[in-house]
Design a protein. Structure first.
Lengths: 237, 237
DNA sequence: TTCAATATTGGACACTTGACCTGCTTTCAA
DNA sequence: TTGAAAGCAGGTCAAGTGTCCAATATTGAA
C-alpha cells in the first residue's frame, strides 16, 4: 500500500543503540506523513502520535523542528542521490541507449507515490526557503551529470552552453510529467506512450541540435551553489 | 516589484459598494500572501493585518477559511483561463506558427513571479486535495485545447490518442521548466535559449510523430472531470 | 431625513503547535 | 554491580489559529 522510504541517515556521535533506531524511526515517520498528508501535517505531535511516544522524546533528538525537517529533507534527497548514482554507474550501454534508459528510469520513478508526492512539495518549499532551493539545485545537478555526458558523446559538435541547456530542458520535460502522469494522476495510465514519446523526441532533439554561432568561452552553468560544491557534484569519480 | 494579480471575482448578491470592494481586496491580499510567502502563510489574521482590518470583518464575507481559499483558487485559475483564451482566439497564424507562439507565451509567463510561485504551490496542494486536483485538471484541459488543434492541423495523419499524448507531453515539458528557469531560479537567464530549444524540439516532435498501429476507437482523454464538464471546456465556441 | 440592511469592531473561545523543564527510567561501559 | 550518560514521560508555556457573537458604525434606498 505504501512503499517505505529508504532514507540515508546521517551518522550521530556516541549514542545508545535504542537512540540510533529512534532517529531512524522519527525520520521515516516524518517522511511517511510528508508523503501522505503534505508538509503542513509534519508536526512533532503527529510524528509522536504515530510512533506512540511523547513529543519530548523527539525533542530530545532534535532541539528544534527546523533541525528535524532539515534532516528529513537531507535524508530524502540522499536517497535520490543514490538513485541517480546507480543509474550513472550501472550502464555500459552506448550513449544513446544510456540516455533512453535514463529517461525510462525517471519516468518509472515518477509513477511511484513517493516521488509524485514528494517533489511537488519540495518545489513549493523551494519558493520560500533558500536552503531548500540549494538542496534541490544540488540533487538536480547530480541527476544531469549522466545526461550532459550522453549529450556530449551523441553530438560532439555541441558547445558547452548548448549541451547544458539541452540537458536542462530534457530534465525539465521529464519532471513536468509528474504533474499530469504521476502516481494516481489522470494520465498515469498513458505512461508507456509518454515514455515512447519522451524517448523519441528528446533523443531526436539531442541528435539534431546545432551549436550556437559564437559561444562565450567564459559561460558556466548557472547554479545556487559555490564553485567548489558544484565541481564536487559533477567531477567524475 | 510585484505584479498585481488580476483576479476574476465571482459575483455576489445584493451588496453595498464597499462590500464588493472588500471582497476584491481580501482575495487580492490573499493571493499576494500566497505568492510572497506560500500557502501556510495565508491566514485570516495575516490577511487582516495587511488590510488593517479585523479578522471578524473577513469572517463577515467568508463564513469559513476553506470558503475563502476556494474563492482564491477559483479567482487565480480564472485569470489563467482568460490568459489561455486570449492565446487561442488572437491567432490567425498558420498552425506551426501558432504552436510556436503558444510555447513562447507559456515560457514567458513562467518567468513571472506570480506563475513561478503559484503553480508549484498548486501542484503540491493537488496531492492532498481532490477539489484542487479537479480545478487544476480543468485549467490544463483549457490550456491544451489550442495545442491539440494545432497538432491535428500540422499532422493530420495522427489518431486522437497520439495527438492527446503529444499535447500532454508538450505541456508537461513547458511546465517542468518552471522548476529550473522560473522567476528568480538559476536558469531564468537562459530562457531565450530554452525557448528556442523548446520550440524546435517540440514542433519537430509533432511533425515527426506517427500514429499508433491499431488505435482504440473508444479511447478518450483521461480526466478527473465528468463528461459534461470536459466537453464544455473543449467544445469550440 | 429615516431606518433597515450591511459593514465593522473588539473581544472571547477552544484548539493546535513548538519549545522547554523537571524528574523518572533505561542503557551499557568500567 | 554500579553509576553516569542517555532516553523518555508528563506537564507547562506563550504564541498562533479558525470560529463565533454582541455591540457599534456606516451605507444608501425610500
Amino acid at each position: 500500500m505504501f512503499d517505505l522510504p529508504s532514507l540515508k541517515i546521517k551518522a550521530r556521535s556516541g549514542i545508545y543503540a535504542t537512540g540510533q533506531e529512534r532517529v531512524v524511526q522519527i525520520l521515516e515517520t516524518a517522511v511517511e506523513i510528508l508523503i501522505q498528508d503534505g508538509f503542513p501535517s509534519v508536526t512533532l505531535r503527529e510524528i509522536a502520535r504515530r510512533m506512540d511516544i511523547r513529543v519530548s522524546a523527539i525533542h530530545h533528538y532534535y532541539s528544534s523542528r527546523d533541525d528535524l525537517i532539515l534532516d528529513v529533507l537531507s535524508g530524502v534527497l540522499s536517497s535520490y542521490e543514490e538513485f541517480f548514482e546507480g543509474l550513472r554507474t550501472a550502464s555500459d550501454l552506448q550513449p544513446e541507449e544510456r540516455l533512453r534508459a535514463f529517461i525510462n528510469a525517471i519516468l518509472d520513478d515518477i509513477l511511484t507515490l513517493k516521488t509524485t508526492r514528494l517533489f511537488p512539495e519540495l518545489w513549493a518549499l523551494a519558493g520560500r526557503d533558500e536552503n531548500v532551493s540549494r538542496m534541490i539545485d544540488a540533487i538536480y545537478i547530480r541527476s544531469r551529470v549522466l545526461v550532459t555526458r550522453c549529450i556530449a558523446e551523441i553530438n560532439p559538435a555541441l558547445d558547452l552552453r548548448t549541451r547544458e541547456n539541452l540537458a536542462l530542458f530534457l530534465t525539465a520535460s521529464l519532471e513536468g510529467v509528474t504533474i499530469f502522469a504521476g502516481h494516481g494522476k489522470p494520465w498515469a495510465g498513458e505512461m508507456p506512450q509518454l515514455k515512447a514519446i519522451a524517448c523519441d523526441s528528446l533523443i531526436a532533439m539531442v541528435c539534431n541540435a546545432r551549436p550556437i554561432a559564437d559561444p562565450d568561452p567564459d559561460w558556466r552553468p548557472p547554479t545556487l551553489l559555490d564553485a567548489a560544491s558544484y565541481v564536487a557534484l559533477t567531477d567524475p569519480v
